[in-house]
Design a protein around this ligand. Structure first.
Ligand code: 3H9
Length: 693
């Protein structure tokens, strides 16, 4: 065995040179891997004993791509492109033997081999677009030549991977290896040699792209198909342009075009933001005072109290991950309705072909409905998801404390309430914490895990693991009204409310927020949620915009009018002069002088209010680090990932600029705009939020 570099070896076995890569955790193509492959190929080509070459990886996966941590650092030769040129030019047959994920540069490496085999669980993808990039080592030029344009466009510009069966079907791999991968790869290469098979050089194979040379239609229709999802992002368009180049230019020129388009993205802010978000999402699970080896509880059975919208959605998360769920309601009709909604949701998924009828049945069979809390005696964790009422929650937790096993975790799905107060009614506050799901709970990725004063480390660590199992991004936050996400959201709601009272039409506020990159503006959102959420008809006294709207029966989409009008069966908001007049009359009564407000002011007031509150949240230790807040906003509130989250965005603008505006607003609008001490401190030290990550 020859040690090529610290991350690669070369072994010659039965006349086959086996380059083995070992660069945990994901065999990213950092310098020692790149150099190892280049040297391994070089030595194998020069060695007469070697008749064929295999690239295989140790550990949990084939190469998961370029080493993202190297981006932005001075490049170290050989670059991946150079290595793949050496591979492409090999006069001896080459094979990539794939398990785990051949992603990004990993798949580009495989595509530069003559042959590819994989085990049935292997996945293949070019997810660079999700990092605001495009495959920059020939992937956009080679993949269309192997799988055709339409498939390649989907894989490159959307970035979703495909499984091994599909890879075999579309010609991305030559064979599935059912048993031992290395053995299968050697046997495959023996066949190649015995049959003297021609070397399939992808760069020279134009068969699948020739027919579409000069045909722009396929690209235009693809652009249209992704327009909604790709809105605001730079990378998808560059991906498409690179594939167009593959079709219309000779290989070498296409590579050059790809390089330029890649560099354009690499130097932009969007990719920096998206790469930051990638690492930030992995960082959230690391809590400074909770070591990796913190003992965890074994959770198999989960109890959920409340089969309403939240409870039902939460139940689906657990069932999808294979947990047994006991769903508790107070009345049979509520239980039936809740179970009915869950079943309907699964049936819809099945009708789209994403789940079989048997799977629907097997998931439903994991849920047991009951009207008795006593049935929670043997569950390992309970999530209470009843409506926001402290007295009710306390009563439930007292009961749970007497019914549940001594080491059962008791979690509340409150959005605002004091988790410490709830914990205090039990004899085991160390087993109590908050699990704040976002609606719809079976869809939204965010989970705020609210750490109470007395929550034990083991309970917190276990809940983070559970979060991962149910496919959520679980972010730890401390106890305060609204925790991190909703507390910040309330600031934006306050400002958007003032803006319309001061004279900005709701459409203008919505457009500014939509154009910023959110999926919708605050007023379209309010109409969608329902104006009556949080409205009490008994105490309503025409004293807020919400109250005058609700009193007039304008409850949002569901009643056909709110801040906008809606046609029956159509969710498109139509500007409504009547609503504007109501707001205008109300504002006049309140003594507001109507004025024109610029888009820039709307943007700053809605976004800087978030930043300022985020800083206060950090100051108080409610969030662990700025990037956790960014992950909350990206995954729970639709903040555009290409702007990295509010704290990243503040650094992007310049924290000193933000501070200046906060001071100006404090002067104009008062105390609520007082800059957070943390911002003052960071600016004084010439630092940004990034220095706290
Ligand atoms: C590219 O290839 C560009 C080329 O086209 C052009 C070049 C010129 N680099 O996600 P996990 C770390 S761009 C560095 O928790 P999983 C990750 O941070 C790349 N580090 O595991 C984490 O570290 P830690 C295109 C990486 O099993 C640890 O590995 N490729 C990289 O849930 C485990 O990760 C991609 O975009 C990397 N490329 O999922 C693939 N990847 O433990 C990105 C991971 O310290 N990666 N790490 O927190 C993934 O999608 C997932 O990590 C993967 C494993 C599916 C592979």
């Amino acid at each position: 065995m020859i040690q090529l570099t610290e991350a690669a070896t070369l072994t010659i076995q039965e006349g086959i040179g086996i380059i083995s890569i070992n660069n945990p955790p994901v065999n990213a193509l950092g310098f020692p891997v790149r150099k190892g492959i280049a040297d391994g190929i070089d030595q194998s080509v020069k060695d007469d004993q070697v008749k064929a070459i295999i690239i295989i990886c140790e550990g949990r996966t084939f190469c998961a791509g370029a080493d993202i941590k190297e981006f932005g650092q001075p490049p170290k030769d050989p670059g991946l492109g150079d290595v793949l040129e050496v591979l492409d030019a090999s006069p001896k047959p080459t094979l990539a033997a794939i398990h785990g994920t051949a992603f990004g540069g990993g798949l580009e490496t495989a595509l530069s081999c003559h042959f590819r085999v994989g085990i049935p669980s292997a996945k293949f993808g070019l997810p660079e677009v999700k990092l605001g990039l495009l495959p920059g080592a020939g992937g956009t030029q080679r993949l269309p030549r192997v799988v055709g344009i339409e498939k390649a466009l989907k894989m490159i510009a959307i970035g979703n991977p495909i499984g091994a069966a599909e890879a075999l079907k579309v010609g991305l791999i030559d064979e599935l290896v059912e048993g031992d991968l290395k053995e299968g790869a050697i046997n495959f290469m023996k066949k190649v040699l015995a049959e003297n098979r021609p070397l399939k050089k992808v760069s020279e194979n134009n068969e699948k792209i020739e027919a579409d040379r000069g045909n722009s239609e396929v690209f235009d229709s693809f652009r249209k198909s992704i327009a909604r999802k790709a809105r605001g992002f730079d990378a998808p368009e560059n991906c498409i342009k690179a594939v167009e180049a593959a079709v219309n230019l000779p290989f070498a020129e296409g590579l050059e075009r790809e390089r330029n388009l890649f560099m354009e993205l690499m130097q932009g802010n969007q990719s920096a933001a998206q790469r930051y978000a990638f690492f930030a999402e992995r960082q959230v699970a690391k809590i400074p005072d909770i070591p990796k080896d913190t003992p965890q509880l074994d959770i198999k059975k989960v109890g959920i109290i409340g089969a309403g919208t939240m409870g039902g959605g939460i139940a689906m998360n657990f069932v999808n991950a294979g947990f047994q769920v006991t769903l508790v309601e107070t009345k049979q009709e509520f239980l039936d309705r809740g179970l009915g909604v869950i079943k309907k949701n699964y049936d819809i998924t099945a009708s789209k072909g994403k789940m079989s009828a048997e799977e629907v049945e097997s998931r439903m069979s994991l849920i047991t409905g009951t009207l008795s809390m006593e049935d929670l005696a043997d569950v390992d964790m309970v999530i209470e998801a009843v409506y926001e009422n402290m007295d009710l929650k306390k009563e439930i937790f007292k009961k749970l404390d007497s019914i549940c096993k001594a080491d059962a975790i008791l979690a509340t799905n409150t959005s605002y309430l004091d988790v410490n107060e709830i914990a205090a009614v039990t004899s085991r506050p160390e087993f109590v914490l908050g699990t704040h799901f976002f609606s719809p709970a079976n869809v939204m990725r965010l989970l705020e895990v609210v750490r109470g004063e007395k929550t034990s480390k083991s309970v917190l660590a276990t809940t983070l693991t559970i979060g991962k199992k149910i496919k959520k991004v679980a972010v730890v936050v401390g106890v305060c009204h609204g925790f991190a996400g909703n507390r910040m959201f309330a600031q934006r709601a306050r400002e958007s409310n003032f803006l319309v009272l001061e004279g900005a039409p709701v459409e203008q506020v919505d457009k500014v927020i939509y154009d910023f990159g959110f999926p919708m503006g605050p007023y379209v959102l309010r109409d969608l949620i329902g104006m009556d959420v949080g409205w009490n008809p008994k105490t309503s006294s025409s004293s807020t915009i919400q109250e005058i709207m609700c009193e007039a029966g304008r409850l949002g989409q569901k009643s056909g009018s709110g801040f906008y009008k809606y046609e029956v069966g159509n969710r498109t908001p139509i500007p409504d002069p009547e609503a504007l007049q109501m707001i205008s009359d109300f504002a006049a009564k309140q003594g507001y002088d109507k004025r024109e407000i610029s888009d820039d002011e709307i943007k700053k007031r809605c976004i800087y209010s978030l930043i300022n509150e985020g800083a206060k949240i950090l100051e108080e230790g409610i969030a662990v680090r700025p990037s956790d807040i960014d992950i909350i906003w990206i995954n729970g509130y639709g903040w555009p990932v290409y702007l990295g989250g509010p704290m990243f965005y503040a650094d992007l603008i310049g924290l000193d600029q933000v501070l200046e505006t906060l001071k100006e607003y404090e002067g104009r609008f008062g105390e609520v705009w007082k800059p957070a001490a943390l911002i003052e401190k960071l600016v004084g030290e010439g630092k940004g939020f990034k220095d706290l990550n």
